[in-house]
Design a protein around this ligand. Structure first.
Ligand code: SAM
Length: 212
């Protein structure tokens, strides 16, 4: 999907440092000091316009959340949501998932969400998929022991690839749904892409996997 260039986006992100954490490396090992309450930390990687992470933070005040997104033109919309909601348990970071090992100590993150990650269908681009083994290593380096990844997508090819990638990495497949919206899963919070694709009739795939 094409994203409109917003030349003002970076300035806006920088003018809300209480919501969009700049130089997040400074908090490495000290993430429990960033939020009002010291409680579990869940992160969403590729958070887009922020609908999911804002909904999760509203629904679960006993969990801290960070929405991570590399595209400033998109995360600026998540910032608008956060300004409106002013949630004490949600922060945003405009960084690349590749760099998360410089930002979190091992064990500082309790759970990772990946929602509708870019599929990168060409084999030569497989390394860019957020479920490629090098990313699984990055997540392992920041998650607590037995930490989990929760993954949703409408893309069957990416889902099949990701199940293989998780399995080859040695992750435990705890839950797999091949049709989330017609399953008994409760409390689903939709993302922007999920709303768009499911309203056009696409099936939504979801899994939960755990490091051993
Ligand atoms: N999760 C949102 C949703 O479901 O509506 C957005 C999905 S969009 C297809 C994928 C997002 O992941 C894009 O906004 C993209 O910029 C972001 N992204 C891709 N690779 C990333 C990376 N390495 N680090 C951070 N964000 C990334």
């Amino acid at each position: 999907m094409r994203v409109r260039n917003k030349p003002w986006a970076m300035d806006k992100l920088q003018s809300y440092p209480q919501y969009v954490l700049s130089s997040p490396e400074q908090y490495k090992g000290k993430w429990n000091e960033v939020f009002v309450k010291n409680q579990p930390l869940h992160i969403e990687i590729g958070t887009g316009k922020g609908r999911f992470i804002t909904g999760m933070a509203k629904a679960n005040p006993h969990i801290n959340y960070i929405g991570i997104e590399l595209n400033e033109n998109v995360i600026v919309t998540a910032l608008d949501l956060l300004i409106e909601e002013n949630l004490p348990n949600l922060r945003l970071m405009n960084v690349n998932a590749n760099d998360l090992g410089d930002i979190f100590e091992k064990g500082e993150v309790d759970q990772v969400y990946l929602n509708f990650s870019d599929p990168w269908p060409k084999t030569r681009h497989a390394k860019r998929r957020l479920t490629y083994k090098s990313f699984l290593k990055v997540y392992e380096g920041i998650l607590k022991d037995r930490g989990e990844i929760h993954f949703k997508t409408d893309n069957q090819g990416l889902f099949e690839y990701s199940l293989m990638s998780f399995s080859e990495y040695g992750l435990l497949l705890k839950y797999v749904s091949l049709d989330l919206h017609n399953s008994d899963f409760e409390g689903n919070i939709m993302t922007e892409y999920e709303e768009k694709f499911s309203s056009k009739g696409s099936r939504i795939y979801r899994c939960e996997v755990q490091y051993r």
